[in-house]
Write a protein that binds this ligand. Sequence first.
Ligand code: GLV
Length: 323
Amino acid sequence: MTPRVLVTRHVYPAALDLLRPHADVEYRDRRDGETASELTARLHDKVAVVCQLTDPLPAAVLDAAPELAIVANIAVGYDNIDLAAATARGILVTNTPGVLTETTADFTFALLLAVARRVLDADRFVRDGRWQRWEIDLLCGVDVHGKTLGIVGMGRIGRAVARRARGFGMRVLYAGQRDAGEADAERTPLDDLLARADFVSIHAPLTPSTRHLIGARELLCMRRDAFLINTARGPIVDEKALVEALREGRIAGAGLDVFEREPALEEGLLQLDNVVLAPHLGSASVETRTRMCTMAAENVVAHLRGERPPNLVNPRAWEQRRQ
Ligand code: GLV
């Protein structure tokens, strides 16, 4: 029987072109998401699912999918999937690392520059017809070059951000378990980084130990003239505490691409004028998002051919399936 594959929502069609010669593809070509119980109903006869970071795959959903062998997430993060439960059931989980590294680092710098140099204020000012003359202190922001960037989480994306920072003549500090590799950066404990950095940028995965890593206490450790940038995962920052810190001027501003309860925003966030907000766009270039879709499809195709998927995040499940 042809294996049945679910594609949970709208994707770049190149992914479907890869899958269709190998599988009977159920494509839900919609942009809205399904709840865990709706996914449960769709997955009962599927061997594989190509899903996105907003699709919840807790243990209960996996339990209702007896034939499910592979979950291919179109994202580098996979906190939407209960990885331990998948591994215990021998279900392979794959992600899309590497391809989005530079794109996400670019967007991190877009947010950093936008908030430091007030790019959005400037755009609104011109559009509102308020531009009358050149003035010495009109819409002045702060410099980025020559400042100190603190990177929380020195993985692939953290290192790509560090490379950009060197191009801007910034000093780079980092906190995290991984070594900076070739990036010219100083490793330091998180509290020291927070106390010294002009810009703090988060590049850690969301795990139980990074949830609310930046809370009220950490925000207090930051300098009053410092900015927080988050292109990683919203729940790494306590958003309520962040809104309070921004409102009270305990930090200078923030550039946020991710939020605790996307797409809902913490009350008060929209009223603040020292934040730049984006709807989770870190990897959102046509080239990168297309490649992420095809990578997820390639992982499924590899599995259907009996091969090890190239972007496996739980090798133990692979070992289990081979026994
Ligand atoms: C996006 O947030 C991703 O994890 O790829």
